[in-house]
Design a protein around this ligand. Structure first.
Ligand SMILES: [Zn+2]
Ligand SMILES: [Zn+2]
Length: 226
């Protein structure tokens, strides 16, 4: 698909498609801090901790199940990961995997995205403690398509190892809104701040954008001149 194609009707309300439209001007936090041929990295609006980032495919799609088996996806994620780790240390990854465009599970945006969040605790352990009714199964990131079997899912991994990342998947029987945001906000002692639509955390978001984007552009310059 050509990126200069007009945005289709079903995508008109999509904020990521809007942010990725060439030539449109956006606030810094709505601008990618790293941009590749098919993917972009943004700071998450409502970042509860510094560095919280999202990897977003340029083409509109509902989840990342197909991307997890693509080499160009992992090349991009690894570039973003090395910058993130340099600035903020180890991070967990997670996805709220939706299958319907208007599902609550998709964080209120129908455009696929992978969260990368620098945390000082195990997100998987906190997720288990937060809702003991959820059943988790070990899952390599490359097996998500096969294991999710077109059901909505939550996926989390505390140790990022690129395409070899080993995490845990939970198949959902009902839509679950902003699940991992609730887990993280609760662990941080600010449970009411989970909703990014109400708590935009603009100070953390803007500071993270400045740190990551200056490193993002430097890394692109170095790659080009190498
Ligand atoms: Zn979109
Ligand atoms: Zn999300």
């Amino acid at each position: 698909m050509n990126r200069f194609q007009p945005i289709k009707h079903s995508e008109i309300e999509c904020r990521f498609c809007d942010f990725l439209t060439p030539l449109s001007k956006h606030a810094p936090v709505d601008t990618p801090w790293l941009l590749g041929a098919s993917y972009a990295a943004f700071v998450s609006i409502g970042a509860l901790v510094p560095g919280w980032s999202l990897i977003v495919p340029k083409n509109h799609k509902i989840n990342l199940t197909e991307d997890y088996t693509r080499t160009d996806f992992w090349n991009f994620v690894e570039s973003a990961a090395s910058i993130l780790k340099d600035q903020y240390g180890d991070f967990s990854i997670f996805e709220h995997g939706a299958f319907d465009f208007d599902s609550q599970t998709s964080c209120g945006t129908g455009h696929a995205h992978l969260h990368m969040v620098p945390l000082s605790f195990s997100l998987f352990e906190e997720a288990q403690a937060f809702d003991k009714t959820l059943r988790w199964e070990k899952c390599l990131v490359s097996q998500i398509a096969e294991k999710s079997r077109k059901s909505e899912y939550l996926y989390v991994a505390d140790h990022f190892q690129g395409e070899h990342t080993q995490g845990n998947i939970c198949l959902l029987t009902k839509e679950t809104s902003q699940f991992f945001r609730k887990v993280i906000a609760t662990k941080l002692g600010i449970p009411d701040s989970y909703d990014y639509k109400k708590s935009k955390m603009l100070d953390i978001t803007l500071q993270s954008f400045e740190t990551l984007s200056s490193n993002g552009w430097n890394s692109l310059k170095n790659t080009r001149s190498a």
